[in-house]
Design a protein around this ligand. Sequence first.
Ligand code: ACM
Ligand code: ZN
Length: 624
Amino acid sequence: MRTMVVCFSLLALAGARAATLDVIPQPASYEMRPGSFRLQGGVSIVVPPGVPEALQVGTYLANAVAPPTGFRWRVVEGTRPSLRRGEIVLALSGRASANPEGYQLEVSERGVRIQAASAAGLFYGVQTLIQLLPPEIEAKRRQEAGWSIPCVRITDSPRFAWRGLMLDVSRHFFPKEFIKRYIDEMARYKMNVFHWHLTDDNGWRIEIKGLPQLTQTGAWRVPRLGKWGRREPARDGEAASEGGFYTQEDIREVIAYAKERFITVLPEVEMPGHALAALASYPELSCTGGPFHVDPGTDFYQKVDNSFCAGNERTFEFIDKVFTAVAALFPSQYVHIGGDECFKGFWKNCPKCQRRMADEHLNNAEELQSYFVRRAEKILESKGKRLIGWDEILEGGLAPNATVMSWRGMEGGIAAAKMKHQVIMSPTNFVYLDYYQGDPTLEPSTFGRLLLSTCYQFEPVPEGVEPQYILGGQGNLWTESVPNPRHAEYMTWPRSMALAEVLWSPKTTRNWDDFVRRVGAHFKRMDAAEVNYARTVYDVAMAPVLDAAGRLAVKMSTELSGSDIYYTLDGTNPDRFLQKYVGEPVAISGDAYVVKAVAYRDGRLSGRVLTLTVEELRARLKNK
Ligand code: ACM
Ligand code: ZN
């Protein structure tokens, strides 16, 4: 009996030491220690005296733990040269980290100490601390759980200063309450820029006093449910009943909420293209004069004028008014002016635009766009702001101080960095969150493809580029195919966990297998928080190939190592007692009409059954 007890405690000790953390993004370095700190109602959070931001971080922690634990922790000001039992100490020290966002976290059986050079670092230390607690800590209501934190010492700091997510609120409007929830979710993963895509062809979402039509007309469109890009245009007299906008008060509220989470809100106001909602409001700012409807998701592009007239001075007066309001509202040093996918066809037939080109000695429409962006930059700079644009702003010559957000691959970013401009990498093939994350037959309709594993391979600093010009990276959620908040979350998580790790953790700690293990742990946290996410990483994938004899065959795979795949060719649902995939493509023999496959992990069903008809496989082979 005695020996048994010793054995168990040794095992427990060994287990504690060998345990790995379930923290995302992976901390730069950590060391597990034996034992744990048990949370109780009487804990005090000690914050440095006279630092409002630190007090606010302490309060954030107390508020985060209160609902699920029922603990009402006190937040007190003070300094503690040595830790007192039952205290969580947040301390500011220039020596804690060379990086302003870095922190050190030490959990002992007595208590917790977080040290950082700034309140942002304390906040990230608090986020890590919350992740060390059981998943139930994310619940909004009282839970029964063992509220203890494993003893550990963590030293951590981010690799990049720009860790962004963009949400398009034009294609579909998302209410203020959801924006705050999204910001909360970003903060959990130490992301620090919320890029708010506020205007586009399908809705203008920001109140600008003195330009009332933008929100009376531009924020509303006729309701449609069909596939985006194929929807019926507005009918005569049809009510524009779908949409919404943020009042300036709403925007201030969101900015303040984000600031408490150390997230900068970057506003985007699209120009010269993607401006149909603005032109529906003020058609005199277009080349053709309209009238226009806010687009409900039709295939209007290149048929309807959606670019501001670059030859009309009133366009620049309008932009000045909008930027005056934007600069006054948003503390961000940057304002994003869009600049992507500007259709220039109407400029070519517009006397005002042609006149402008002659007067300014501009050789082509790209140079006219650059003229436009340079003027936008001057207006912004006169209001103390700096310009960011999508990589198309390179095409007719880059504005003098512009920062480039590279989306059509990394090339625009590479070119800008070589010109010594700042760059944020946001390439479609690694970070476009609107793309399919699994097989299109299993997922809600969209386009493109971005697997979790691909996102995890994102490397923001290309070879041959000086890293100092790469501010960081950003994931973009365009919402043509995202009509509601639950689906916005589904498309964001877990791919943005991968992105968060790419942007925060040292490149050397990246480990796909361990990441996926941690993602599994975080799904439990998301369940507790009632946040939606996609489990597509557990599904199976099929790819049609031709075998040596030129016949159709199917390669099957999973994103996870250690999965087993089972399949059928007879139309029944596969399970682990049927045919196992052994790595060689499966030949489609005879008159088989459908292939079904499913993945198992550790002997348990992990994902959904993927069903592809032979006809579909042949079509995919042809389109490859
Ligand atoms: C973009 O995706 N058009 C920036
Ligand atoms: Zn024009």
